[in-house]
Design a protein around this ligand. Structure first.
Ligand code: TTP
Ligand code: MG
Length: 550
């Protein structure tokens, strides 16, 4: 069955290198030459490349990092403010360069750019007789704004690697458009580096899926273009297949470990096979196609059209749009985790603390930056309280570990927007008048529970009249529309059976990770959002990373 890929767009992907560590390096350039690790609770959430050269890696226990590299410099990264600010500054710079602001933010440190219009314009003004001295126009109205480039070469690396390949004679060919795009990507990366101080790794192709995957080929501080042909012919296999086919299926965004396991079992004929199964193995397996994929993947949930979606992904087809960022987050969420929280008074105290942080964040993120008294740019409509009851010892399996949150939602009381009241008083009132009754509905028993986490969030944020309405760029679930569906449909949402719950998007702000001390097995569990295998002890930190508002 043929799957149609729309190759008319040009999409760039950017991933900042060791992002949190770079934020510290930009503040203190002397750190650049030292092994630097960023700590959240007991975990290295990221480290710079000097530290990686010495054997450190992301999501490692601090104690292991110190053992492996005793002179590692450790900085605390629990307060996300500086990362959020840096991320916003970088995003705004990129958005100012891309026509129509067609930039989608994914978490703190990834961007997708739809630069189709810019490339088509710049192709139309190329002088075929003097490609070496081309000029990339960054502004259609002012022909002096832009940058000189040599349109006879790709900037950066390509897949497959080519040496001195002749410039395409057809200037409107996909190859030429990608070549011009590689220079735009180079220009944007150089701006990020020289204007703000961050290096990034880039991918250039025709979809988010392909741009992201090909971008990871030359990391850090590199960029890679996926060269045509993108369609196979009788004589030539497409480069999309050549590139994608070699990937282990688990490496493809959207293919989680349970799907990968089912596919592996079918291809090898063995349950629990850990053999390396590639995209090619699945794609070319006898009888393979959407109906067989539907059959293989059935039983994991009730996903509609999963076979067709998987078939598309295996062919590198991702026609999802770039979702432009909104200027306000879709939700604001604050949480903390606890070793032991089992008295009502302790819960009340923590709820007041969390509510205070929530109100502070609302004021920081949702108020106009103008001088006081300010104006609310957006109003959340819903208040949500979530808890995670600690299960009795022995009953906690790896998979329930992160997903047994329960929650209650209620309308957000209007007094929270009063700017003339101080935040402490507002927090007390919020807890007294709203949060405690939600808590009692979640935990009707007076005692006997023991909570490992509390989370308070405002959701359903509506921008005030007059503000620009755009779709959310922050929602990780929109990463790749097809794959979002894949992910969501296969996400295991295990809840307490009797819980009157909403299904929760994982989110956090003040995530702690003390659970690693509870003799948890040091296994990994796939993140239900991005599919990355994350060690159990690092799940809280990982979810914190997904909780990032713009
Ligand atoms: P990544 O892009 O995964 O990592 P990175 O930018 O540090 O390194 P790389 O050069 O490999 O791209 O994540 C971006 C930031 O998010 C990272 O700097 C730290 C943070 N983070 C967490 O807080 N928890 C996590 O589980 C992960 C994966 C990242
Ligand atoms: Mg990164």
């Amino acid at each position: 069955m043929a799957v149609l890929r729309n190759d008319s767009r040009i999409i760039l992907h950017l991933d900042y290198d060791c992002f949190y560590a770079s934020v510290f390096e930009v503040e203190q350039p002397a750190l650049r030459s030292l092994p630097l690790a960023v700590q959240q609770k007991q975990i290295v959430v990221t480290c710079n490349y000097e530290a990686r050269r010495r054997g450190l890696h992301k999501l490692q226990l601090i104690k292991d990092a110190k053992r492996i590299c005793p002179d590692v410099v450790i900085v605390l990264g629990e307060d996300l403010t500086k990362f959020r600010n840096a991320s916003k500054e970088l995003y705004l710079l990129v958005r100012s360069l891309v026509w129509g602001g067609r930039v989608e933010k994914l978490g703190f440190d990834e961007l997708f750019l739809d630069v189709t219009e810019m490339i088509d314009y710049n192709i139309s003004v190329l002088n075929p007789n003097d490609l070496t001295n081309s000029f990339f126009h960054l502004d259609r109205k002012d022909p002096t704004i832009g940058t000189a480039y040599d349109a006879t070469h790709f900037q950066g690396s390509t897949f497959p690697v080519t040496e001195g390949s002749p410039v395409p004679t057809d200037l409107s060919s996909l190859e030429m458009r990608l070549l011009v795009a590689s220079h735009l990507q180079g220009h944007i990366r150089s701006k990020l580096e020289h204007q703000i101080g961050f290096t990034a790794t880039g991918g250039i192709s025709t979809s988010k899926l392909l741009a992201k995957l090909v971008g990871s080929v030359h990391k850090p501080n590199g960029q890679t273009t996926l060269l045509p042909p993108y369609q196979s012919t009788l004589e030539n296999e497409s480069n999309v297949h050549r590139f994608l086919d070699e990937h282990e299926i688990r490496k493809i965004p959207g293919i989680g470990s349970r799907m990968a396991q089912k596919l592996r079992a079918h291809i090898t004929g063995q349950e629990d096979s850990d053999a390396k199964v590639t995209v090619r193995d699945v794609r070319l397996f006898p009888g393979m196609g959407p109906p067989l994929l539907d059959k293989i993947l059935s039983g994991l949930g009730s996903a509609k059209g999963i076979g067709t979606k998987m078939w598309s992904v295996l062919h590198g087809v991702d026609n999802s749009e770039i979702l432009q960022g909104r200027d306000v987050p879709t939700q604001i969420s604050i949480e903390d985790s606890y070793g032991r929280l089992d008295t009502f008074e302790a819960v009340r105290r923590e709820l007041v603390t969390l509510s205070r942080s929530l109100i502070r964040r609302m004021r920081a993120d949702l108020l106009d930056n103008e001088t006081p008294p300010g104006r609310w740019r957006a109003h959340p409509r819903t208040l949500r309280l979530s808890t995670r009851p600690r299960l009795p010892p022995g009953s906690e399996t790896g998979r329930t570990y992160h997903s047994n949150r329960i929650s209650r939602s209620a309308p957000l009381p209007a007094f929270i927007f009063h700017l003339d009241e101080n935040m402490d008083a507002l927090a007390e009132r919020l807890v007294q008048e709203s949060v405690l009754s939600m808590f009692r509905r979640l935990h009707p028993e007076k005692s006997g529970w023991n909570l490992s986490l509390l989370n308070i969030a405002v959701t359903n944020i509506v921008e005030s009249a007059g503000d620009q309405k755009q779709s959310s760029g922050r929602d990780i679930g929109k990463m790749f529309q097809q794959q979002e569906t894949v992910l969501r449909d296969w996400t295991v949402q295990e809840q307490e059976p009797e819980a009157p719950v909403d299904v929760l998007p994982p989110d956090s702000e003040q995530a702690e990770s003390d659970d690693w001390e509870d003799d948890e097995p040091l296994a990994s569990l796939d993140c239900t959002l991005c599919g990355c295998p994350v060690p159990l002890f690092a799940h809280e930190a990982h979810m914190m990373y997904h909780s990032v508002p713009e």
